[in-house]
Ligand binder design. Structure first.
Ligand SMILES: Cc1ncc(COP(=O)(O)O)c(C=O)c1O
Length: 380
């Protein structure tokens, strides 16, 4: 049984074939434009497609114009891409703790972390959830800090009808194959109200530091090297796949949400000794996309026992992030919250269950049969 699986629908196959036949295999072709239009409408923001969320984060950090040593506050319980993006933009990292119910940055810890060098806060919407995102946006505005949202896992999540990824100054979404909708590798940079300088910088950076897009719009007579840049535009073949996936997203994600809600109900109705908390246990501010379903056990022994017993029944379950401040690279950065005990604990006690929209009924049944058997074993 798979932990996560990407599936090409008929529509995606047709669009991929059309794109292949159309001959525009490189970037910024018709499907990229369609995807950007569709996402802009859905998010009510400007969108640039990128080769990954990692690259969109790197570009977002460049847009903050950090000076050497400027600090960016980010949670240690995060994917390495956020930390790399800060370092690549000349910044340094200040670690923040997360709050346990959502797994997102603890907004209450921020006043104690801001220094005169702080320029931005980078928040991760863990599992498609947010935590006090409006309060966080207000805090950043009042303290003249950029707010960057790592919305890699949050496509489809909203707070009071507004999409996650549109509360900050910049945000990045992932369309990696493990996400709720994906094209293998892909991402997007999202900005609610970009000014003309930001637009120019983004267009140039994406296109190898050139004004190629102005040239295509016949605004200049030739294109040339205009600024620092890289190559961040995805192949239009991938955007054809994503265009299909996005059109079917709401329908597919409802299936995913259904499985997520079954997990929540099951753990509400059946107690496991040693289970401390699970996702969805407490109502959050987010109408979320059911990206992850996780359990947090009392200790590492119980978490590993659960993983092993599920694996014996052919159900893969996995821990998640290795805290950045403990990682080989992340240890070099010592600024931030002194006591990240919860992050250190959940690296060994948080366990994710299989969850993807193309899970068949028999696969879902298999998981619940295994859970029942494991529950007996836990008490046995
Ligand atoms: C929270 C978070 N941020 C960033 C990324 C990086 O996304 P991508 O693979 O699209 O670069 C991931 C990928 O899993 C992620 O989970």
């Amino acid at each position: 049984m798979d932990f996560s699986r990407i599936r090409a629908s008929e529509k995606m196959r047709e669009l991929l074939w059309e794109s292949l036949e159309g001959g525009h295999w490189h970037g910024r072709g018709p499907y990229t434009k369609e995807v950007e239009r569709l996402l802009s409408e859905r998010l009510n923001a400007s969108v640039w497609m990128t080769t990954s969320c990692t690259h969109a984060l790197e570009l977002a950090l460049r847009l903050c114009h950090l000076a050497d040593g400027d600090e960016v506050i980010l949670p240690s319980y995060a994917f390495p891409s956020v930390a790399n993006a800060v370092l690549m933009a000349n910044g340094t990292i200040r670690y923040a703790p997360i709050e346990p119910v959502t797994g997102c940055l603890d907004v209450d810890a921020l006043p104690g972390l801001v220094t005169e060098r702080t320029k931005a806060v980078l928040v991760v919407h863990y599992g498609g959830q947010s935590h006090q995102i409006r309060e966080l946006a207000t805090f950043c505005r009042q303290n003249h800090l950029f707010l960057i949202e790592d919305a890699a896992q949050a496509f489809g999540s909203t707070v009071d009808g507004r999409a996650l990824g549109t509360f900050g100054d910049f945000s990045a979404i992932s369309f990696h194959g493990t996400k709720n909708v994906g094209c293998g590798e892909g991402g997007a940079l999202v900005i609610r109200q970009p000014d003309s300088q930001q637009r120019e910088m983004i267009e140039s950076y994406l296109e190898k530091g050139t004004n190629r897009l102005s040239f295509e719009r016949q605004q200049v007579s030739h294109y040339e090297w205009t600024s620092l840049g890289s190559s961040l535009v995805p192949s239009d073949l991938l955007m054809a796949l994503l265009y299909g996936g996005l059109q079917e997203f709401d329908e597919n994600n409802a299936l995913r949400k259904n499985i997520y809600e079954r997990y929540v109900r099951y753990f509400q109705e059946n107690s496991f000794s040693g289970l401390e908390r699970f996702s969805g246990q407490i109502e959050s501010e987010t109408t979320h996309n059911a990206h992850l379903f996780w359990l947090v056990w009392k200790d590492a022994f119980l978490a590993q026992k659960f993983i092993d017993l599920m694996r014996e029944r052919n159900i893969p379950c996995y821990p998640h992030f290795y805290p950045l401040h403990l990682s080989k690279m992340g240890k070099r950065f010592r600024l931030g919250h002194e006591d990240l005990w919860y992050e250190e604990q959940i690296k060994d006690t948080l366990v994710r269950l299989p969850l993807f929209s193309s899970m068949s009924q028999s696969e879902v049944d298999m998981v619940f049969v295994a859970l029942e058997e494991v529950r007996e074993d836990f008490y046995g």
